[in-house]
Design a protein around this ligand. Sequence first.
Ligand SMILES: Nc1ncnc2c1ncn2[C@@H]1O[C@H](COP(=O)(O)OP(=O)(O)O)[C@@H](O)[C@H]1O
Ligand SMILES: [Mg+2]
Length: 387
Amino acid sequence: MTPIPPGDDEMTERLLESLRLSEAKFSGIISIASEAIISVDESQSIVLFNQGAEQIFGYLADEVMGKPLDVLLPEEYHHTHREEVREFGRSPVMARRMGDRDTHIMGRRKNGEIFPAEASISKQEIGGHWLFTAVLRDISERKRIEKENAELLERAQDAARTRDDVLRIVSHDLGNSLSGILVTTRVLLRTLPETPGNRDTRKRIESIRHLTEQMQRLRQDLLDVARIEAGHLSIVAERHEPEALVDSVFDDFEALAQESGLKLLREVDPHLPQVVVDRERILQVFSNLVTNAIKFTPVGGAVTLGAHRVDGVVRFSVSDEGSGIPPEDLPHIFDRYWQAKSANRAGAGLGLAIAKGLVEAQGGSIEVASAVNEGSAFSFSLPAAPE
Ligand SMILES: Nc1ncnc2c1ncn2[C@@H]1O[C@H](COP(=O)(O)OP(=O)(O)O)[C@@H](O)[C@H]1O
Ligand SMILES: [Mg+2]
């Protein structure tokens, strides 16, 4: 190479020459990079502008060569940016990220659009002069997704707050009204003589009472789901005999099973260890499982309540001879509000979600085994109390 006398134009020429050489060397990499690679000389004029930069900024290299870097920046950044590059030129650091606020800077496209970018800058000394090279990535898409996600999260939180508000109204106001209706129906039934003339009226009042009780149960279920989700479930645990728990369930459901044309059976291992549980909550788990078992088992079938010892735990079970659950439904069965497509809509799809929450809140686990047209077996295990 022939030495070139100093002077601004000469300097630029020399820089361009070394750049052309290094570009020739790295041209493959520089041109295919999807990042913008932009070099400026000491006077901050653009001396290299790769294809990535053309794509991101919308300029052809020829349009910006020799122009000040400012054309690629929004007006309000011109001054700070110049200072930043100058300061970087003086600092002993050879490369670093650009921008300060959450490490992104703003770029300006040919069409005037301003966009966020991530950039790092490095410097090389060539023939006694500095060359600054920025590698820049357009992050507007990422920022857009981040913003969208933040908005979605906000909306989800809003929805959750609204739901909690609705639940509070349901729990107080609706609860009071339902209790009022129940008291009134009881008074009516007590005061209305059971004469043949009153038979139809009494039946209608009975039906109001029945429907109101259903609403009370739904209200209770919604509250339980909210409590389970919030981790606010109160559990009063005491030692109980597994057999006594099963017997209690048996007594509660024998009549309903009979009415439905089913046999209710029990299979309880002798000498089972006690379990430390909230009795009412365990009966509620059983109640949810047995109601389903009865609902899904055809006339003539049997529902079996079980309690067995399996290493260190007592496993309670409710098995039926009903329709069974298709394998593709099994993963959803304990989800809130979930019901099989074919299910009649008589429930809200909360029973199993509540059963799972109640069992887990007492240190246990629940599972299901099922085969279509053969039946289902739900079982939940609870730790055995120390002897
Ligand atoms: N013993 C069972 N046999 C067949 N399907 C069942 C059984 N128990 C639950 N399921 C299925 O799981 C769904 C959810 O049950 P559950 O949470 O108790 O809600 P719900 O009883 O209100 O529908 C039911 O709708 C049904 O599709
Ligand atoms: Mg149910």
